[in-house]
Design a protein around this ligand. Structure first.
Ligand code: AMP
Length: 306
């Protein structure tokens, strides 16, 4: 089934206890695209970059199955830039700099060939742009998943809540869930967020896995204990790409299938953190993905007779 994602395509500068990078390829839509194309043949992207964005990056995305027809390149403007520094626990980070640049006046144009997409991933981006994309789809997609970030909650909470009313699933981390709901308990937070629009709430807890809430039910997917974590940047987006990619590939949006999608998202995210930036996701093989999903199955499988 066809999949459309929006989100930033960006330059990132990252600092972790293991090293530092200059401007490298990043952005929510980049990670979502590279992840989802492990599960579906093609991912359609709507985003924007400046004229400073290297053509090689666009070629690389295309070679991986990311359709960049909806990626606008703005003459005389600069690409979105984000810089972050991870703490020693690698689970928390500080944003050092966010330069919106091309994002400031971004008008998302949806190419005609994307209009039949049944799965829509609203990757991290200006909340009003996320809403505009939903409104510009001629038919409502079968499933709309939204990701966002504390940055937008700090400056555009009312607009973010407007977008939230339109989506089926939200995927955010624990800190963001608490900020959005003003509840410390994640169970209470998920309940409150469900009242804001989404029927399904995913709360990511970094190296402690992810929770999926639906009505009174909750499902837990662990994160794989890894020997080396070099750079968690993009893990949340890679997770989201794997999650919606699996749902689109199987065209099944039942709660049970969402559990399997959560495991696929977690498995793909576990690769992303093993190297800096997008390095690990580029050239990742189907065999590696299959082996890792089996590791997840082994990690949580046990027999108990009650
Ligand atoms: P994640 O680690 O999954 O939260 O995503 C990190 C990616 O999000 C980086 O590649 C950044 O370029 C991108 N990013 C950072 N801040 C924002 C923002 N305010 N809006 C959209 N994307 C962002």
């Amino acid at each position: 089934m066809s999949l459309l994602t929006i989100g930033t395509v960006a330059f990132d500068a990252i600092e972790t206890p293991f090293g530092k990078t200059d401007k490298i390829l990043g952005g929510a839509a980049t990670y979502i695209g590279l992840s989802a194309t492990k599960l579906v043949k093609k991912v359609n992207v709507v985003s924007v970059v400046g004229e400073d964005f290297p053509v090689e990056y666009i070629t690389m995305l295309e070679e991986h199955g990311v359709n960049t027809k909806g990626l606008q390149v703005k003459k005389g403007e600069k690409t979105f830039f984000w810089s972050g520094k991870y703490h020693n626990d690698m689970n928390t980070r500080d944003t050092l700099d966010t330069q919106l640049n091309v994002l400031e006046n971004f008008d998302p144009i949806i190419p005609e060939e994307y209009q039949d997409c049944k799965y829509l991933m609203l990757g991290n981006l200006v909340p009003m742009v996320q809403k505009t994309v939903v409104e510009r789809m001629k038919n409502r997609p079968k499933l709309i998943v939204m990701d966002t970030m504390n940055f937008w909650m700090d400056i555009m909470m009312p607009q973010l809540k407007e977008t939230l009313k339109l989506v089926d699933v939200i995927s955010i981390n624990d800190e963001e869930a608490r900020q959005l709901s003003e509840e410390y308990s994640l169970v209470k937070a998920a309940k409150k967020i469900m009242e804001m629009g989404p029927k399904f709430v995913i709360i990511k807890k970094g190296e402690h896995g992810a929770l999926l809430f639906y009505r009174e039910e909750v499902f837990y997917a662990p994160a794989l204990p890894l020997e080396d974590v070099f750079d968690p940047t993009g893990a949340g987006d890679t997770f989201a790409g794997g999650f919606i990619g699996y749902l689109a590939a199987t065209d099944n949006i039942s709660f049970d299938n969402m559990k399997r999608a959560l495991i696929h998202g977690s498995a793909l995210a576990s690769f992303s953190v093993e190297k800096f930036g997008t390095e690990r996701m580029v050239g990742l093989t189907d065999e590696e993905v299959g082996t890792r999903i089996q590791q997840f199955v082994n990690l949580v499988q046990f027999d108990i007779t009650i």
